[in-house]
Design a protein around this ligand. Structure first.
Ligand code: SF4
Length: 400
C-alpha cells in the first residue's frame, strides 16, 4: 500500500473475519472453510497480532466490533475473549460500543451464549435463513426450524436484548405462502432486527449446479419481487422500521433517521465511513485507501508469522489496495447511502464532506432517475423511491 494517512477523525468500525464453518451450505460462496479446526488457535494468534499492530499512542476510536464469517461461534469463547481483549488494548472503545457476533443455530449451547454475553457481545445475528424444514435441507443448513427457535429463546435467557435474524427468499421451488410462513414464524420470535436477502445463485455452488442441471427449478425473479413487497408490508404492519433496502429494525425512528436498533456496524458501511477489517479476506477502508487481505487462512497465518520474524510491511496480510479518488468516494457515498431507505444521502453531510451538494455533482443523473420514478429528494436528503428499492442496482450504476 502506498504511504497513506491512516488516522481517522471519526470513530471507526472493526470487522473480524472468522473463516470457519462446521459444514458448507449449498448456496454459500463466502470465504469460509470446513475441517480446519487445527487452525483455530494459530489463526486467532495471527488475528490478534494483526490487530495489535494498530496500537499507537493516539489510539483510533472504535464504536462497533463485528465478528463475521464463516461462523464465528465455532471457535471457543476463550479465543473470542482473547481477540476482544486485544481490541480493548489497541483501540479506544466508545461507551456505547456495539459488539455483534454472527452465529448459527445448531452450533450454539445455552452456556456458550451466556459466556458470549458476559464477554460483552451485545448483539447476536442468527442465520436462521428459513423456518420451513424442506427449505433448510435445500440450503444445506445444519439446523432445524425448532433449533432456530430454541437458539433465540436461549439467547434471550442469556441476556441478549438485540437479536437479528437473517432470512433468505427467492429459493428454488419456494412459494409465496412458504415465504410468508417463514416470515410469520420469525416474527413470533420477536427479533429486534431482520435482514432479508434474495438468494443469489453463485456459480460453482452445489445449489447453482443443481439449478443449472435441472435438478432444482430456476427461481422466478418476479415471484422474488412479490416476496420482497409482501415482506415490506408485513414488517410495516408488525411495527418494524424499514431502514435499509434489505434491513428492518425496531426502536424509535425520527423522520429521516434510522431506528435506534439499526445495525450500527453496517450503518458505517452504508454511510461510507472508515473501518478496519482483520482476518483472511477482510477489507479495510481508511484514510482515502482501501485494501484487502489474503483469502486463505493458512496464508494469513503465514504472513503474520513472517512479519513477526522481521519481514513484511504493515499491514502484513494485504493482497491488494487502491487509492480512493474524491470522485470515486462521492459516487460510493451516493451508492451506499441510497441503500438507506429513511436516511438516504444527507445533503448537508455530503456538502460538508465534498464541498458540493449531490445535485451540484450529479444533476443529470438525479434528474434522469427522478424521471424514471426511482429517486426523490428535498433540501435535506436524496432517497430512492419504493420503486427504486427493487431497481436499486440500476440507480447505483449512474453514480459510479
Ligand atoms: S454457515 Fe454461513 S458462512 Fe458457513 S457455509 Fe453456511 S452460509 Fe456459508
Amino acid at each position: 500500500m502506498p504511504e497513506a494517512d491512516l488516522s481517522a477523525s471519526s470513530p471507526i468500525s472493526i470487522y473480524i473475519h472468522i473463516p470457519f464453518c462446521q459444514m458448507r451450505c449449498t448456496y454459500c460462496d463466502f470465504n469460509t472453510y470446513t475441517g480446519l479446526e487445527q487452525l483455530f488457535r494459530p489463526y486467532t494468534e495471527a488475528l490478534t497480532q494483526d490487530i495489535a499492530l494498530w496500537s499507537k499512542p493516539d489510539r483510533l476510536t472504535a464504536h462497533t466490533i463485528y465478528f463475521g464469517g464463516g461462523t464465528p461461534t465455532v471457535i471457543s469463547v476463550s479465543l473470542l475473549d482473547h481477540i476482544l481483549t486485544i481490541c480493548e488494548q489497541t483501540f479506544s472503545l466508545t461507551d456505547a460500543l456495539e459488539v455483534t457476533s454472527e452465529a448459527n443455530p445448531g452450533t450454539l449451547t445455552a452456556s456458550y451464549l451466556r459466556s458470549l454475553r458476559v464477554l460483552g457481545v451485545n448483539r447476536l445475528s442468527l442465520g436462521i435463513q428459513s423456518l420451513v424444514e424442506a427449505e433448510l435441507r435445500l440450503l444445506g443448513r445444519l439446523h432445524t426450524a425448532d433449533e432456530a427457535a430454541k437458539a433465540v429463546a436461549e439467547a434471550r435467557t442469556a441476556g441478549f436484548e438485540n437479536i437479528n435474524l437473517d432470512l433468505i427468499y427467492g429459493l428454488p421451488g419456494q412459494s409465496l405462502a412458504s415465504w410468508q410462513q417463514s416470515l410469520s414464524q420469525a416474527l413470533l420470535l420477536e427479533p429486534e432486527h431482520l435482514s432479508l436477502y434474495c438468494l443469489t445463485l453463485e456459480e460453482g455452488t452445489p445449489l447453482a449446479t443443481d439449478v443449472a442441471q435441472g435438478r432444482q427449478p430456476e427461481p422466478d425473479p418476479d415471484l422474488a419481487a412479490d416476496m420482497y413487497e409482501c415482506a415490506v408490508e408485513q414488517l410495516e404492519r408488525a411495527g418494524y422500521a424499514h431502514y435499509e433496502i434489505s434491513n428492518w429494525a425496531r426502536g424509535p425512528a425520527p423522520p429521516g433517521a434510522s431506528p435506534s436498533l439499526a445495525c450500527r456496524h453496517n450503518l458505517t458501511y452504508w454511510r461510507n465511513q472508515p473501518y478496519l477489517g482483520f482476518g483472511a479476506g477482510a477489507h479495510s477502508c481508511l484514510g482515502g485507501h482501501r485494501w484487502w487481505n489474503v483469502l486463505q487462512p493458512g496464508e494469513y497465518i503465514a504472513r503474520l508469522r513472517e512479519h513477526r520474524h522481521g519481514g513484511r510491511d504493515h499491514p502484513p496480510a494485504i493482497t491488494a489496495s487502491e487509492e480512493i479518488s474524491p470522485r470515486l468516494e462521492m459516487g460510493e457515498t451516493m451508492m451506499l447511502g441510497l441503500r438507506l431507505v429513511q436516511e438516504g444521502v444527507s445533503v448537508g453531510e455530503f456538502a460538508r464532506r465534498f464541498g458540493r451538494t449531490p445535485y451540484e455533482v450529479y444533476a443529470g443523473e438525479m434528474e434522469e432517475l427522478r424521471e424514471l420514478g426511482l429517486l426523490e429528494w428535498d433540501e435535506a436528503r436524496v432517497r430512492l423511491t419504493p420503486s427504486g428499492w427493487l431497481l436499486a442496482n440500476e440507480a447505483f450504476q449512474r453514480f459510479l
